[in-house]
Design a protein around this ligand. Structure first.
Ligand code: FPP
Length: 304
């Protein structure tokens, strides 16, 4: 179900007093006026965390699921409206051994079943993005159940990206726009070709396919774009995550492995984010240089 950004009513909770003393110490250094609205996290390093302890990979994932709950609860205490976690990519689904995929699916189900009460206690709402219809039916059923159980909550929206790939999301959005065009022609009782020709093909396509309309066809249409992307375990890549939506996001990479990541580290990443100057392709506040209408001559350049 889609909703507009405006229809989402977020209720601030003022639960900072529930933070740990360490979290609170960093939280109190933040500028309350410049908190991010949306943080997205690429949770990486479960396997390495297990490997370092000579444990099996599945134990790394299990510990990673614990981190999810800690981080989500801190997010809700600091009134973060949107938290999106990259929990299972399309590529994970296609390229990981079947038994690891099966384990991740079981872990997801068990996470949802055992945490719905805590989510309700923390006013957290569950949502999902990705080709979730391709996941096993019993996993989809549990996901839907958890979303229904938490749908009235008005605090943090926790979105799990599951069977998610950003390129496939953009492909799905393009297909949706094409379907809309066909449905419009059908409704008007004419062919798509005649409908477009009547308005001039270029103009007709431009008016139906532009940035706002493509954006509105993404899985994330109802959310603001992420302000901050965090990636754990030190890899400096985006791995097909929210490529369209993070066009102007700040990126924070930490060497910490996901199973060691806690709410404190989320707040530290936000503190780092607040040191950045966001420019959205424009100029920073400190720039007041005036430009001349002409390029300098070679002689002028040589004199500098
Ligand atoms: C990367 O670890 C992480 C994943 C494959 C997905 C994230 C999954 C979890 C945090 C567990 C459960 C999540 C929920 C929501 C219950 P990796 O295996 O790629 O680590 P590596 O790069 O060190 O091998």
């Amino acid at each position: 179900m889609r909703e507009s950004i405006l229809s989402r009513v977020y209720h601030r909770s003022n639960r900072a007093h529930e933070l740990t003393p360490e979290e609170r110490a960093v939280y109190e250094t933040l500028d309350a006026e410049r908190l991010p609205q949306h943080v997205a996290i690429i949770m990486d390093g479960n396997g390495r965390w297990a490997g370092k302890r000579a444990l099996k990979r599945f134990l790394g994932h299990q510990q990673g699921a614990e981190s999810v709950q800690y981080v989500v609860e801190t997010a809700s205490r600091i009134d973060l409206p949107w938290l999106t976690l990259y929990a299972f990519s399309l590529e994970n689904n296609l390229r990981r051994p079947r038994n690891e995929v099966g384990f991740l699916m079981k872990l997801l189900k068990s996470y949802l079943v055992s945490n719905v009460k805590r989510m309700n206690d923390n006013n957290i709402r569950m949502a999902y993005i990705g080709r979730t219809h391709e996941l096993p039916q019993e996993v989809q059923d549990t996901m839907q159940w958890a979303a229904e159980q938490t749908c009235k909550n008005t605090g943090t929206t926790l979105t799990l990206a599951l069977n998610y790939g950003s390129r496939s999301e953009i492909v799905d959005a393009a297909r949706a726009l094409l379907h809309n065009m066909i449905a419009e022609a059908h409704k008007r009782g004419i062919s798509v070709e005649d409908m477009l020709a009547a308005e001039g093909v270029d103009d007709a396509i431009k008016s139906r396919i532009d940035e706002p309309q493509l954006n509105a066809s993404l899985y994330t249409a109802h959310m603001p774009d992420p302000d901050l992307v965090i990636r754990t375990s030190g890899e400096q890549r985006i791995s097909n995550f929210l490529l369209w939506q993070i066009a102007y996001a700040e990126i924070f990479v930490t060497d910490r492995l996901w199973p060691d990541f806690r709410g404190l580290h989320l707040i530290e990443a936000i503190a780092d984010y607040q040191q950045r100057e966001r420019r959205f392709g424009g100029l920073g506040e400190s720039s007041d240089e005036t430009f001349s209408d002409t390029l300098p001559t070679e002689a002028e350049l040589a004199r500098r």
